[in-house]
Design a protein around this ligand. Structure first.
Ligand code: NDP
Ligand code: PYC
Length: 340
């Protein structure tokens, strides 16, 4: 670790992951689950996914302390024998449930051309891109859907119902990192609303409403009785609904508005479900899938879109790997305080 004059710490990935692993274990997560969660969280911080990196540690810790999520859960994999695999996360975090079935999912995808993994009774509190990107590194196409906690009003509605319900997608490209996007179906992720509230910033127009359904740019009003809107009007709202269907109805998980955490003071991790669809593009038979993905990305740039999804993250990743992951003195202190 090196410390600059600004007192921002620069931690290597391993240093940060090790610190996070110790925090998770300190708060009741089993060593094997802690290793998975720590690598995930450190990866988010390394790539500049700040709303789902170390910013989430207090929420992980308070959720664990409340008894709402089981850090020691041992996921149960249900092999249907075909392309469809199920996992009961046993009210633990999603990522250990995912890793319990990941190798089988890849095996079945290679066997059948497509693999589905349905995870239920799971708590996903992170970004989704870490879940899908490695599939594309192995030459596969991956899609994932997860529903979260009620804070999004359906189009034209008054009452929040959907979660911020992200979708992530990854596809391999020729001689370059995979094309990856990862986006909330709300106009803005709840985590970014919390960060704006903490920093005293107003949000752009069109992201949220107050408790009377009136438009507001104030993140505190949105978080305290208000709600978010879906991105893109009725279209985004419909996609958010689809994520409820795929993330919950299909997996056997809870809808975003269905679970009751009111008896668990401090609980922040949504207990829902997650679906993965993984495809082997070799089955497309044209033999040039990677080239075609690169081609359409290049055509998109030539058409004038300078930044593609994933570009920002990869630049930050490169810098973090070169210079260390920048952690402010306040955040570093916050992390160390969680070891006490
Ligand atoms: P953003 O809107 O910041 O980014 C969404 C996607 O669009 C990213 O792939 C991003 O690439 C890309 N992107 C952003 N701006 C541009 C631009 N100007 N031009 C081209 N591409 C762009 O993310 P969200 O606020 O929608 O989501 C933030 C995170 O919150 C996600 O990681 C998501 O998984 C997470 N989340 C998790 C939930 C959960 O239940 N676990 C619930 C909701 C959200 P890049 O990454 O390179 O910036
Ligand atoms: O940022 O919307 C969000 C979110 C919900 C659950 C985890 N992150």
């Amino acid at each position: 670790m090196s410390t600059a004059a600004s007192e921002t710490a620069a931690l290597s990935f391993d240093e940060l992951a090790d610190l996070l692993e110790r925090i998770f274990v300190r708060h009741g997560v089993s060593p094997e689950n802690a290793r998975i969660l720590a690598a995930n969280c450190a990866g988010c911080e390394r790539d500049g996914s700040h709303s789902h990196g170390i910013f989430r540690i207090p929420g992980y810790v308070s959720s664990l302390a409340s008894g709402w999520v089981d850090g020691k859960a041992v996921p149960v994999v249900e092999d249907t024998g075909g392309a469809f695999i199920r996992v009961d996360a046993q009210s633990g975090f999603t990522q250990p449930a995912f890793f319990a079935a990941r190798d089988l999912l890849v095996e079945r995808t290679r066997q059948h051309g497509i693999g589905l993994l349905a995870i239920r009774r799971s708590h996903h509190f992170s970004a989704l891109w870490p879940d899908v990107e490695p599939f594309a590194d192995e030459g596969l196409v991956a899609l994932s859907f997860v529903n979260s906690m009620t804070c999004v009003v359906p189009f034209g509605g008054k009452k929040p119902l959907y979660g911020t319900n992200p979708i992530a997608f990854a596809a391999p490209r020729k001689d370059e990192p995979p094309f990856v996007f990862d986006l909330a179906t709300s106009a803005i992720a709840n985590g970014d609303v919390q960060i704006a509230a903490r920093e005293g910033r107003l949000l752009p127009e069109g992201m949220g409403v107050d408790s009377d359904g009136k438009p507001t740019r104030d993140p505190k009003v949105i978080l305290n009785g208000g709600a978010l809107l879906a991105f893109g009007g009725h279209k985004g709202s419909t996609i958010a609904l689809m994520v409820e269907i795929l993330g919950a109805a299909l997996t056997g998980g809870y809808f975003s508005g269905e679970f009751d955490w009111s008896d668990f003071k401090g609980a922040q991790t949504p207990k829902t479900g997650q679906l993965f669809i993984v495809i082997d593009p070799e089955r497309g038979g044209n033999g040039v899938f990677r080239e075609r993905v690169s081609e359409i990305c290049e055509l998109t740039r030539e058409a004038g879109q300078e930044r593609l999804p994933g570009d920002r993250r990869l630049v930050i990743r490169e810098k973090s790997l070169r210079d260390g992951i920048a952690i402010s003195a306040a955040d570093h202190q916050m992390l160390l305080s969680k070891l006490a």
